[in-house]
Write a protein that binds this ligand. Structure first.
Ligand code: CA
Length: 228
């Protein structure tokens, strides 16, 4: 999958403009009209970056940003705020609420795309649609996995698991965190299921001597540690 952007904007024309510009720039775009809807979306699907309008009906963009920062699942999601010009003086304050960058309307779509790419770079998200480590290569566009040049047959859950772990090398994920991020928070699956899929993933890696990259951290969870 290409990099996903979630647009949170109540004005249909601006949403459309954003969607158009970002799709053309190669992003996968999802939309929410309100902060409340955005939170629902995030429960089942995490984007790579959020574009949030400051003035939203109901929960404001700033309130949404604060909520996201408080939640472990979304605390590190890059967030770019869109504001009207006259709100710019309030912006500095809102950096405390966890926004990473902002742009005033009307904005240049080209500049917006550049800012998004810069934010993604800072957050460590892959720029070109590839993740690669220890000879394992994930093509995020086609969802194909190759190991040492060999095409791998991998189930959709194992794919998402591998992608998440490889995006965050050496970071330990608890089973609950993996459930949230691989299966979606709205799913009702036992944490034991995580173990089953980790075993399957290791089975895929084993013929290449790479099953050791997916490590069990006793009584905590799992992590991906690249082999040099
Ligand atoms: Ca608005």
């Amino acid at each position: 999958m290409a990099t996903t952007v979630l647009i949170v904007e109540d004005e249909p024309e601006i949403r459309e403009l954003l969607n158009f510009s970002l799709t053309r720039a190669g992003f996968n775009v999802t939309e929410a009209e309100t902060g409340e809807l955005a939170l629902q979306r995030l429960d089942s699907n995490l984007p790579d970056i959020l574009i949030v309008d400051w003035m939203l009906p109901g929960m404001s963009g700033v309130e949404l940003a604060k909520r996201l920062r408080r939640d472990e699942l979304t605390s590190a999601l890059p967030l770019l705020m869109l504001t009207a010009r006259n709100e710019e003086s309030d912006i500095l304050k809102s950096f405390e609420s966890g926004i990473d960058d902002y742009m005033s309307k009307p904005f240049s779509p080209k500049e917006l795309v550049a800012r998004i790419k810069a934010l993604l770079r800072r957050s460590g998200a892959p720029e070109d649609d590839l993740i690669e480590a220890s000879g394992i290569r994930i093509d995020l566009v086609s969802h194909r996995v190759t190991i040492k040049g060999v095409d791998i047959n991998i189930g959709p859950t194992e794919y998402r698991l591998l992608e998440l772990l490889m995006r965050n090398p050496d970071r330990v994920f608890e089973r609950d965190q993996l459930l949230d991020r691989v299966w979606g928070r709205s799913s009702y699956i036992e944490t034991r299921t995580v173990d089953v899929h980790v075993l399957r993933l290791r089975k895929v890696l084993k013929p290449f001597g790479l099953d050791g990259t997916v490590q069990t951290v006793r009584s905590v969870g799992y992590r991906f540690t690249p082999i040099q």
